[in-house]
Write a protein that binds this ligand. Sequence first.
Ligand SMILES: O=P(O)(O)O[C@@H]1[C@@H](OP(=O)(O)O)[C@H](OP(=O)(O)O)[C@H](O)[C@H](OP(=O)(O)O)[C@H]1OP(=O)(O)O
Ligand SMILES: Nc1ncnc2c1ncn2[C@@H]1O[C@H](COP(=O)(O)OP(=O)(O)OP(=O)(O)O)[C@@H](O)[C@H]1O
Length: 496
Amino acid sequence: MVIIIHNNGCVMELDKMDENDWKYHGEGNKSLVVSHSQHSHVLRLLKYPAGNAEHPPQTTEQAFRDIQNIVDFNKNIMKPLLGERYVHHGEAVKLPLDFVRQLSLKVQPERPESRCDKVMDTFSGCALCLPNLTQMPSCHISQHRPPLCIEIKPKCGFLPFSRHVSKEIKHKVCRFCMHQHFKLANGEWKRMSRYCPLDLFSGNKQRMCFAIKHLLQEPQNNFKIFKNGELIYSCKEDVDLNGLAQHLKPYFHPGNGLMNGHQPGKAAMNELIQVICSALLSSGDSNRAGEPRKGLPLEGRGHCEANGLYRDMLRNGNHYLPKDCVLSKILQVQMLDSLDIEGLYPLYKRVEQYLEEFPKERGRLQIDGPYNENFLEKIQNCPSEDDGSIDYAIGKVHQYRVAMTAKDCSVMITLAPCEEDELLEPNLETQPSKRRFTYSVSILDLDPKPYENILQQHKRDAKIVNYYLRSQQEAAVAGLYLEREQEDCTLMFHPV
Ligand SMILES: O=P(O)(O)O[C@@H]1[C@@H](OP(=O)(O)O)[C@H](OP(=O)(O)O)[C@H](O)[C@H](OP(=O)(O)O)[C@H]1OP(=O)(O)O
Ligand SMILES: Nc1ncnc2c1ncn2[C@@H]1O[C@H](COP(=O)(O)OP(=O)(O)OP(=O)(O)O)[C@@H](O)[C@H]1O
């Protein structure tokens, strides 16, 4: 009998797995996640293109190595870089094939159509077992107000500072905002998101609140809310802010009446934004308030010109991201991409050429892992100047890959109302600011990005930037025509 005992004390007997104990929880491009209905853990199973559905794309040993690589990358690379407290590396497990097949059939009707171009791996039985981060570890669970969890995929929080950048626009408009135009044109989303990562990472509370508000208005794949582990708010055709407000009221405004002349739903939403902001700025210990300490200054990250709104806010003094807060940690790792894909690409080509000449060196260069202390050493001690060596090139390639992981991760903030507050009269109208939460902050989706993706990154970058430049030009020309037409009209109606 194989038993896994988790640090939260729950036991999973791998040979007694029953698909009825598990339910669909969510998925992304690479993996599908199921959660246990009683215990607080999830299984993350990898997916592969539906075209291969009949045949395993790899051997069981290879599949297990891939999962183990993810665990090692999280444990030995991302944990030291992002901080022990934020990263949960999980463990690789081998599940009975029958269980996995039944599970796959069970979850299929729950899956969004847009994700069905890939199928769950039902051949290897390999998966990653992780704590369920939408639930609060060891906390009193109130029936009335169970834990809320907010998931944010913040994306890249800085403008490239590399001298290798060839298009000036990349120093002015951030990747996310440019990418929005491309995604809309390709029908990936129907509405433009006004969220800008530079606002979220600014350390300026006002800008951060704007960013969170824009995520709420148009969540796309960047924002989700769970209540008691169940998804209650995410991207849908019609974003239901009123429905969300109803869910939030008991947490912030337990009474029924109007508060200070506000509508309680709207006020609850504002309170939620403030709480998210505090959690993002806190130093990460499960706590109640974040005392900002000096950390990463805003200088050099500035704002994105896609977003003309905030110039005045920027003039309001210097802003810092507190040193140990989750956003600061993520940003520091993202900034390991110091050359931008344009500066990195020639180094990737250098590695490619070297591997062509010396294919056996692939292992020593740790192109596909192992993700161990040596790999971390290559990232942390990469020379700052290019001496033409392969070691410099591989150091930069690895730094870039780690930065890509941090640009694609998600943050989970789990909130539980403080126990003392639970004892308050449920109908008592307390000041919202007096309502307190215990929260825990984690980072998820920290998989290593394959070395081979660099070529694709290079192409995608050019596509996004060129599309943006073209669409701006077209908009400018259309604007000129409009101005002309308006002038003509004005002339026509001028009194003679
Ligand atoms: O390139 P990006 O910025 O579009 O990021 C991809 C994500 O798109 P997004 O823009 O966040 O909707 C994309 O997310 P979606 O599938 O769009 O939800 C994946 O996270 C992809 O990573 P991977 O290939 O699955 O490891 C991400 O690809 P990587 O660039 O991280 O490899
Ligand atoms: N440990 C966890 N606890 C709770 N929920 C989780 C956990 N891990 C993942 N999830 C949920 O499952 C979803 C998909 O997981 P994940 O982001 O790891 O998938 P992915 O395929 O790697 O995503 P991407 O498209 O970014 O590559 C997440 O957005 C999150 O809602």
